[in-house]
Design a protein around this ligand. Structure first.
Ligand code: ADP
Ligand code: MG
Ligand code: MG
Length: 908
């Protein structure tokens, strides 16, 4: 059988359904599904995503020939249902041509509305509807959209004005009006004539008048748009493969611009910003398509409560609100009721929050789209947990609904309360996407990206945003716009990115030319600091410090649910009591890596440390170590106290020593003075410490094995702190970890020092602390000989940063010189220092665990590299049977969720 390329839908029937989104795209699959479940949808058909690939393989002509019969037949079907005819003058059928990929790509592809109009048909439409204004408004929109999208007249450089918009401005100016809807029929006719002249002038061709010619042009343009720059950029950001392709939906037009009983809108079954279970949305009377999202007219709220909240934010009185900005619930109560019923039906059907688009044509409601709505991290958690409570989904579904990396947003800092009290409020806009953001003002997306690259935090301030601004929005801490509602481009995209956004701040006057923004008399320039709160819409002058977020409410509950399913435990990498405290708050059940070297970078401590390193002999080293001991002990004591009752894995000194010594003359003079030696001596010692390949040099256990007195001191500090705490009634669980082992004997020698020191210390102190001695597995040879090493080591911790470095032979410090090219050329899919390389490095881990447990079945294994907080890597760790992962404090909740998902995915 010939491959099926076109799937029809309409009048309660459809050839496709919801689970065919790979073939029909999300939009097409859901248009079909809505038909099947009795939601009113204008009839139409979907050309499959496979055809998109054929289009790029075989070219335009070939694909049009392949599609011709099916498309013409499907149009006939729509004609029958709509009782009108495509291209007919007296009774014309108009259609929209819409793109729709597998994953929703908001604002990425261009839709063409009102297709099928020409100079004769428009007259027929005016007669048929008895509404010339509507007919001509539709026509001028069509010529404009078709010109922009299909004929490529939309300026590439967004600084340039759209040629059609320029004409509209001229006509409005000549007439002395401000708004589009103040133009009358004759003005609209003038617009069409001038638009077509502009088309002729710019493309050298007449505007196509044949309906089918228009249709083929539009279908091909949708396919072409799959390869446009912003689509490619979006796919790159979201990791969507180009092979997925886009489907094309052709659908009978329904008109929201037929007068006061017509409208168009966008709505959500729950709040996409906060997750609150509250139907909400925006609509515009007598408007069409993208008017709501385009931010040209300020849309009104759908529900009364939404409208009241909106008015409050805008400082509008209830009387004024009711008179000027009534909600749909108040203005069109019957339609509202139907809309509310259908949105509930859709949410119940899909068991997820729906993002819907609809149009009302002369009192009749039509749905044009539904999809699972994009949401912020906070909304993601709240919706999952509330749907669980409402019995709509089960526990496993709730856990799988949450995307681990998106939890990051909930851990983002909030403005410091006290500082906030002192801050100056400039204005208030709409709370479009929650969070706190603070940065320097930039006005253009390119600048945002560039400033960000140069290390600045920026807030992108614009009148409105468009799809061209994606990269800049991504680079910014937050986005502030003057125009547009909660469903404007800026708001939708920011929520998708989890980026703070305040939209529709009407009081701000942006001047792109002078690069300034005036807010209530205050003028801010490019580069000035501004702070915005996307949770409540407030905009502040200057820089406001932030503080970390806390686990509570739904989020805390979700985390408990994770623990119910997860087998893998989550520890944290923490070197300070502060970090340890944060991590414990996020549910870490121990420290998986406590580095000791950071503790030395303190004014006094660094001098003693340098003395130790630069000492002539053992004697001198011991003297310096004696000075360091009390410092180290005090540091450990605080950390053990914070982690009372939980294991703390302390790594012995690891980095190359030259990292600690002064390389400048002034520093060397100071050391000479402190140690009573000549500057020359210091300089020579410093030079002798320099290595060609420090990462492979004198570091890790090689330090402890050449200078055992360091290990001795550190053991005394670690266990001494534990002894003191025990006497004070605490319950410390120290673990001592020897880094960079490659040979069993390296470990044995260090273990001997540790155990002997411990025995001596316990005798002196009169207490005994149970402790473990383990090792890092970070040198490939250690993984290869893991069974031998496990005969002595009580636990393994995979140091996947070094293990990745040594397995690939990529220097962590030098990878920037080639990694971007490798990623670009797809030699590497991802940065192996961020996402664990399961095939290579992963194999070493799997093998080492098996070998180690073959001689010591109870061997505890964990991971402490950066990978411990990366969801895919966490899932891998679960699979190979590690006991725990350890990650930075702010990634602990992410790892906990990934650990739970790993268990659920096993049973899928
Ligand atoms: P996007 O993917 O950018 O949301 P859509 O294809 O959904 O683009 O089209 C944008 C808007 O155009 C829709 O929300 C709807 O308002 C309008 N639209 C599309 N098709 C039709 C149609 N057949 N009748 C009326 N309006 C339509
Ligand atoms: Mg679009
Ligand atoms: Mg849409």
């Amino acid at each position: 059988m010939e491959k099926k390329r076109v799937y029809t839908f309409g009048n309660g029937q459809a050839e496709g359904k919801a689970d065919m989104r790979n073939l029909l795209g999300g939009k097409g699959a859901n248009l079909a599904e809505m038909n099947l479940i009795g939601v009113p949808v204008p009839p139409g058909f979907t050309i499959t995503t496979e055809v998109c690939n054929e289009y790029f393989e075989k070219g335009k002509e070939a694909v049009v020939a392949l599609l011709k019969d099916d498309v013409e037949k499907s149009i006939k079907g729509v004609e029958a249902l709509m009782k009108s005819k495509f291209g007919d003058v007296e009774n014309p059928l108009l259609v929209s041509v819409r793109s729709g990929a597998r994953a929703s790509m908001p604002g990425m592809m261009d839709t063409i509305l009102n297709l099928g109009l020409n100079d004769e048909v428009v007259e027929g439409l005016a007669r048929k509807t008895n509404n010339p204004r509507f007919a001509w408004d539709s026509y001028r929109r069509f010529v404009q959209m078709y010109g922009d999208v299909v004929l490529g007249m939309k300026p590439v450089n967004k600084e340039d004005i759209d040629p059609f918009e320029a004409i509209i401005e001229e006509v409005k100016k000549a007439k002395g009006v401000r708004l589009d809807n103040e133009l009358d029929v004759d003005d609209l006719k003038t617009l069409v004539v001038r638009f077509k002249e502009a088309v002729k002038k710019q493309t050298g061709q007449e505007f196509p008048s044949c309906a089918y010619e228009q249709l083929w042009g539009a279908i091909c343009a949708v396919f072409d748009s799959w390869m446009n720059e912003r689509a490619i950029l979006y796919r790159k950001m979201e990791g969507i493969p180009a092979e997925w392709g886009t489907a094309v939906n052709v659908q009978a037009m329904v008109f929201g611009n037929m007068g006061e009983t017509s409208a168009t809108g966008v709505c959500f079954s729950r709040d996409a910003a906060t997750g609150e279970d509250l139907f909400n949305g925006e609509y515009l009377i007598n408007a069409q398509g993208e008017d709501v999202v385009a931010g040209i007219r300020t849309p009104q709220q759908i529900t009364k409560i939404g409208s009241q909240r909106w008015a409050e934010l805008q400082g509008i009185s209830e009387a004024e609100r009711v008179a000027k900005y009534p909600s749909m619930e108040e203005a069109m109560p019957e339609i509202y009721k139907e809309l509310d019923e259908l949105q509930t039906k859709l949410e119940n059907h899909y068991h997820d929050m729906q993002d819907m688009e609809f149009t009302v044509q002369e009192g009749k409601l039509w749905f044009l789209q539904t999809r699972n709505g994009k949401r912020t991290g906070a909304a993601m958690v709240r919706i999952a947990m509330e749907m669980l409570h409402q019995g709509m989904i089960d526990e496993k579904t709730a856990l799988m609904r949450c995307e681990p990396n998106k939890l990051d947003e909930l851990l983002h800092p909030v403005f410091d309360k006290e500082e906030l009290g002192r801050a100056r409020v400039l204005t208030r806009g709409l709370p479009a996407s929650p969070g706190a953001a603070c940065g320097r003002i930039v006005f253009f997306a390119e600048d945002a990206a560039e400033w960000h690259t140069n290390g600045h935090r920026v807030v992108l301030v614009r009148i409105e945003t468009s799809p061209e601004d994606l990269a800049g929005m991504q680079a910014a801490e937050g986005i502030l716009t003057a125009r547009g509602g909660m469903t404007s481009h800026a708001a939708v995209v920011a929520r998708g990115m989890g980026k703070c956004c305040v939209s529709g701040a009407g009081a701000i006057n942006v001047d792109y030319k002078t690069r300034t923004v005036e807010i209530d008399g205050v003028v801010l320039k490019e580069g000035d600091y501004i702070s915005i709160n996307g949770t409540n819409g407030y905009v502040y002058a200057g820089e406001i410090p932030t503080q970390p977020a806390k686990l509570s409410g739904n989020f805390a509950e979700l985390m408990e649910l994770c623990d119910k399913y997860a087998r893998l435990k989550v520890r944290t990498n923490a070197d300070t009591p502060r970090n340890a405290q944060d991590a414990r708050g996020f549910g870490a059940v121990g420290i998986g890596l406590c580095r000791t070297e950071h503790m030395f970078f303190d004014d006094e401590k660094i001098v003693a440390m340098r003395e130790m390193i630069l000492a002539k002999d053992v004697e001198g080293r011991k003297k310096a170590l004696d000075k360091l001991l009390p410092y180290q002990k005090a540091d450990f004591k605080e950390i053990f106290k914070t982690m009372d009752g939980l294991p703390v894995n302390v790594r012995l000194l690891d980095p190359p020593l030259h990292e600690f010594v002064p390389h400048d003359l002034k520093g060397q003079e100071e050391m000479a003075q402190a140690m009573g030696v000549t500057v020359d001596y210091i300089r020579q010692r410093v030079e002798s410490l320099c290595e060609h390949n420090p990462m492979l040099g004198h570091r890790g256990c090689r330090l402890g094995n050449t200078y055992p007195e360091i290990t001795e001191m550190q053991t005394r500090a670690i266990l001494g702190a534990a002894c003191e705490l025990k006497k004070e009634g605490y319950d410390p669980h120290p673990e001592i970890m020897v880094p960079l082992i490659g040979i069993l004997y390296e470990f044995e020698a260090q273990e001997k020092v540790i155990r002997e020191t411990a025995a001596k210390l316990f005798k002196e102190e009169g207490v005994e602390i149970p402790f473990k001695v383990g090792t890092m597995i970070e040198v490939p040879r250690a993984a290869l000989t893991a069974d031998r090493i496990a005969s002595h080591a009580e636990y393994f911790s995979f140091g996947t940063n070094d293990l990745t470095q040594m397995t690939f032979g990529y220097s962590r410090d030098d990878i920037a010189s080639f990694l971007p090219v490798y990623l670009e050329k797809k030699i590497l899919k991802v940065d192996p220092f961020q996402v664990l390389d399961q095939n290579g490095v992963g194999q070493l881990i799997e093998m080492a665990v098996a070998k180690g447990r073959s001689v010591r079945p109870e061997l505890k294994c964990g991971i402490c590299g950066e990978h411990g907080g990366e969801p895919m890597s966490v899932k891998f760790c679960h699979k190979v049977g590690l006991d725990y992962v350890s990650c930075s404090p702010f990634r602990v909740p992410i790892a906990r969720l990934a650990a739970a998902q790993a268990v659920i995915e096993e049973s899928l």
